[in-house]
Design a binder for this molecule. Structure first.
Ligand SMILES: [Zn+2]
Length: 380
C-alpha cells in the first residue's frame, strides 16, 4: 500500500500486542541513488545487525522466536518490494498476532529495524511533516478550481463557475457601454470575492498547511486583496497553471515550486549556520562536537545532511552518545556500547529534547562542515 496520510499512522499506532513485540523495518529504496543490488546489500546488513541484536535481547523465548519469524518474513518480502516504485519501504510485522503492513514511501527513510511493543511510526510522521498538504487554487475571470496536493497526488476538491454579463461590442450609446462595463467589473469582483471566501472555507474544513495560486498574470493584484488574512499568510507561491489545465500539469508545477521553496529554505538555514560558526557564535560543527552539544542539552536546531550516517557509541548508564573512538564514557568511565548509526540516534535524542531538526539535501555547504552541525541555544 502507498503511504499517503495521517490516518494510516493513526491506524498503525492503534495496534498493540500484549503477548508479542512488533518489528518495524525501514529501508531506503531510492533507485535514483542506488541500484537494486545495492539496496539488497544494505538490507542484508541491516537484517544481520538486527539478528545479532535480537540474540542479545532480554525478552521471553517465545517473543524472540516470533521476532525471528518476522525478520524471515521481511527477508522474503524484500526481493519483490525492494524493486517497487517507492523511494522507501516500511514493513510492520507481528507474526504472533498475524499482523503485517507493507507501505511504499514517497521519500527515503533512514535504514533501521526497531523491536518494540507497538509499531514505530516516527519515520512516517517525519515524511508527513516534509510533505505539506497544499491547496492549489486556480482562478481566471470565469472559473475557479481547488485541488488538494499531498504526497505526490492531486485531487479536485471543488470548482466554481460564475456567469458574466455579456459585453456588447460596438453600437449603442456610450452611456450604455459604460454601464455594462461597470456591471462586468462588479460581477468580476463578486467572482473573486466568492472564490476567496471559498478558499478560506476549504482551509478551515481541511486544515491545509499552505496554498499555491495560479491565475493569469494580470489578475494577481486583483485577487490577492480579496484573500482572508489567514489564507494570505499561507500563500507559498505562484503557479502559471490556470483552471483549464489538466490536474497533471497543476501537480507538476506545484511539486517544482515546493522543491524550489524547500531548497531555498535549506540554503538559508545552512547560510545562517555557517555565518554563526565563522564568527565564533552559537553554533558547532562535525559529529563529535554536535554529539557533545547534544549531551549538554545545548542544541536548538540540529542540521544534518540527508542520508548521512556513522557508527558510534552509546553509554547505557548516562544515555549519552559518542563517536566511535570513545570506548569508555568520559562521564561515568564505564564501557560504551557500539551503535550502528549514531546520527540516527542523535536525531531522535534531539527530538526528545524539543530541538528542531533540519535535513539538508546533499550536496550543500554543510558537506564542508562534516555533514552535521547545530545552532545552539543562547545561554540563559
Ligand atoms: Zn556514562
Amino acid at each position: 500500500m502507498k503511504f499517503s496520510n495521517r490516518s494510516q499512522v493513526e491506524s498503525l499506532s492503534r495496534f498493540r500486542s500484549e503477548k508479542f513485540l512488533t518489528l518495524s523495518f525501514f529501508l531506503d529504496t531510492d533507485k535514483r541513488r542506488m541500484s537494486k543490488k545495492e539496496i539488497l546489500v544494505s538490507a542484508k546488513s541491516l537484517l544481520a545487525d538486527a539478528r545479532a541484536r535480537l540474540e542479545a535481547l532480554d525478552a521471553a523465548k517465545e517473543k524472540k522466536q516470533r521476532l525471528s519469524a518476522d525478520l524471515d518474513k521481511v527477508q522474503e518480502l524484500l526481493v519483490k518490494e525492494a524493486g517497487s516504485n517507492g523511494a522507501g519501504l516500511a514493513v510492520y510485522s507481528c507474526s504472533g498476532e498475524n499482523y503485517l503492513e507493507i507501505l511504499s514511501l514517497p521519500e527515503a527513510p533512514r535504514n533501521r529495524i526497531v523491536f518494540d511493543r507497538n509499531p514505530y511510526v516516527l519515520p512516517l510522521t517525519q515524511i508527513l511533516d516534509e510533505y505539506r498538504r497544499l491547496v492549489a487554487f486556480l482562478i481566471d475571470r470565469r472559473e475557479a478550481k481547488w485541488y488538494a496536493v499531498a504526497m505526490g497526488e492531486i485531487t479536485l476538491i471543488d470548482e466554481m463557475k460564475s456567469a458574466m454579463p455579456k459585453m456588447v461590442k460596438g453600437g449603442g450609446e456610450r452611456e450604455e457601454a459604460r454601464r455594462i462595463e461597470r456591471h462586468v467589473e462588479a460581477a468580476l469582483q463578486e467572482h473573486y470575492k466568492k472564490a476567496a471566501q471559498k478558499t478560506f472555507e476549504i482551509f478551515k474544513k481541511n486544515g491545509f498547511q499552505g496554498f499555491v495560486l495560479g491565475c493569469p498574470d494580470n489578475l494577481a493584484s486583483e485577487i490577492e486583496p480579496h484573500l482572508h488574512p489567514y489564507v494570505r499568510e499561507r500563500l507559498r507561491g505562484w503557479l502559471r497553471a490556470k483552471p483549464a489545465d489538466a490536474p497533471d500539469v497543476v501537480l507538476k508545477e506545484t511539486q517544482a515550486l515546493e522543491r524550489a521553496i524547500k531548497k531555498a529554505d535549506e540554503e538559508a538555514v545552512v547560510k545562517r549556520f555557517a555565518a554563526e560558526l565563522e564568527k565564533g557564535g552559537r553554533a558547532c560543527s562535525g559529529l563529535k562536537d554536535s554529539l557533545k552539544a547534544l549531551s549538554m542539552g545545548e542544541i536548538q536546531t540540529l542540521i544534518v545532511t540527508k542520508y548521512f550516517s556513522a557508527p558510534g557509541r552509546h553509554c547505557v548508564h548516562c544515555d549519552l552518545l559518542y563517536t566511535e573512538d570513545e570506548i569508555k564514557c568520559p562521564s561515568c568511565d564505564r564501557k560504551t556500547d557500539p551503535v550502528l548509526d549514531v546520527v540516527d540516534e542523535a536525531i531522535e535524542a534531539a527530538m526528545r529534547r524539543d530541538a528542531q531538526i533540519r535535513h539538508v539535501q546533499p550536496p550543500s555547504r554543510l558537506d564542508h562542515y562534516g555533514q552535521i552541525g547545530a545552532l545552539l541555544r543562547f545561554k540563559s
